[in-house]
Design a protein around this ligand. Structure first.
Ligand code: HEM
Length: 456
């Protein structure tokens, strides 16, 4: 069929009615995750929304994800100017909307995240896990903790260790609270599109500007200090400084390095921490699965501390982490893409210049691709149990050229931290707490995850 013929037969996708001027914005602000879930059940794999005057579709089918993110990705570039992560990461890899300059950046950064290079950082990850356990040893049995806070602390420790070498960690201690303040501001901006512009000195704006100042001066200081050193330290900062465009030999400017450092900070620790937090909740609710995980750890490790090099011998541990990512993907949607060519998906028209988002949450729970989709069952990922399903029915790290660059690091640290904790503890949700996921740039547990840290 020609494009014109396609257009003539296209239908407008179903979706909830919006309000007069703002369209469906209020649904997203009220509860983004609930809206996506409810409308998927009510309307199906493509749902049409209106945000102000702009049409946006949320798609929840792996075939459509393949079309948008992989096969025709050039026709669906990532959109800039959305606030959110861009506020922190500027022109960093995750938020750069220009396909040309993004490609140069991606080629420069890809080798940093190669499995072999990351394995060389394994000791730093092992050490961060050991530090967490040491901290916990001082607590009494069944001490009440916020598991989300604990997981954020350890993943931040890992990203600090791998990004900056240990001798600089004292200096960068101030970085973490400034990143948290900037992420809070970015999150507020997403759900409050009519908030007062930055130059106006509101309390919130001033707090953000202050955090931004700390981040800039500290990162530029570290870059300057490192450029003056002769010895490479082998951390991510070194790799950013050394990264070169293979074709032109060009290196990154200080501003670009600052943006990439903040991108890796912002994209690289909360995601893994939130996944682990939900994994502890799931394991607490399913003691039989936790016991199976512990049996594997006991058998393979024989009581010694786990290390990154053990992970290839811990298949069930890896499966548990994957299944937690399936049920609670830390990035529940892809960033919005712009439709630049007349497109039909599933018989519905996606108009030019409209936006399209892939719902990772809905793909991961799609009843056509998963048996008992809401059940926590790590054996779905056992090598001998792979059901014939579309490979994008599970895509916690996205797909296509803009797939997560940190996926290997996330899987490595996720499985290692699961092993570290499960070897010694049976964390249990505190009685009476209702777990509710919420969207805050990443998917996180609303109000944290109050648990009792029971020793095994
Ligand atoms: C469980 C942990 C993680 C999850 C679920 C996750 C998920 C994702 C997803 C879905 C995307 C694609 C977004 C899109 O298509 O719009 C993405 C991109 C990205 N992620 Fe992750 N991520 C995780 C961990 C990490 C880590 C550890 C790092 C770095 C240390 C990282 C850095 C990035 C970057 C830089 C991009 C942008 C890639 C590009 O556009 O070329 N992520 N991530």
């Amino acid at each position: 069929m020609t494009e014109t013929a396609l257009k003539n037969t296209a239908l407008i996708a179903p979706g909830p009615r919006g309000r007069l001027l703002v369209g469906n914005l209020h649904d997203f602000i009220d509860d983004f995750l609930l809206t996506m879930d409810r409308d998927f059940i009510a309307y199906g794999d493509i749902v049409r929304y209106r945000i102000g005057s702009r049409v946006m579709h949320v798609v929840s089918n792996p075939h459509y994800a393949q079309h948008i993110l992989v096969d025709h990705q050039r026709d669906f570039p990532k959109v800039g100017g959305n606030g959110g992560l861009e506020i922190i990461a500027g022109n960093g890899l995750i938020s750069n909307p220009s396909p040309e300059s993004w490609l140069v950046q991606r080629r420069m950064m890809q080798p940093m995240f190669h499995r072999k290079r990351l394995a060389a950082m394994g000791e730093k990850i092992d050490a961060a896990g050991a530090r967490m356990l040491q901290r916990w040893q001082a607590l009494p049995n069944a001490a009440p903790i916020d598991m989300n806070h604990e997981m954020l602390q350890v993943t931040l420790d890992i990203i600090m260790q791998t990004m900056f070498s240990a001798d600089m960690l004292g200096e960068v201690g101030k970085l973490a609270p400034a990143v948290t303040a900037a992420v809070d501001y970015a999150n507020y901006q997403i759900f409050n599109p009519f908030s007062l512009p930055l130059p106006l000195p509101t309390k919130r704006n001033r707090a953000y500007m202050q955090a931004r100042k700390v981040l800039d001066s500290m990162i530029f200081g570290l870059i300057q200090q490192r450029r003056a050193m002769n010895e490479p330290l082998g951390d991510l900062l070194d790799m950013l400084l050394e990264a070169q465009d293979a074709d032109t030999g060009e290196r990154m400017s200080n501003e670009q390095i600052r943006d990439e450092v903040l991108t890796i900070f912002a994209a690289g620790h909360e995601t893994t921490a939130n996944t682990l937090t939900f994994a502890w909740y799931l394991l607490g609710e399913h003691p039989e699965i936790r016991r199976q995980l512990q049996a594997e750890l006991d058998q393979v490790l024989q009581g010694r501390a786990p290390s990154v090099s053990d992970l290839s011998n811990l298949p069930y541990t890896n499966q548990v982490f994957k299944e937690a990512m399936r049920l609670y993907p830390a990035a529940p949607i892809t960033g919005p893409r712009r439709v630049t060519k007349p497109t039909q998906l599933g018989g519905y028209d996606l108009p030019i210049d409209s936006r399209v988002i892939v719902s990772i949450t809905n793909l991961h729970r799609h009843p056509a691709f998963w048996a008992n989709p809401l059940e926590f069952d790590p054996t779905r990922f056992a090598p001998n149990a792979q059901q014939p399903r579309h490979h994008l029915a599970f895509m916690p790290f996205g797909a296509g050229p803009r797939k997560c660059i940190g996926n290997n690091l996330a899987e490595m640290e996720g499985a290692l931290l699961l092993a570290c904790v499960a070897q010694h503890y049976n964390p249990q949700l505190q009685t009476g707490h209702q777990v509710q996921p919420e969207m805050a740039i990443t998917m996180r547990a609303k109000g944290g995850m109050p648990m009792l840290l029971k020793r095994r």
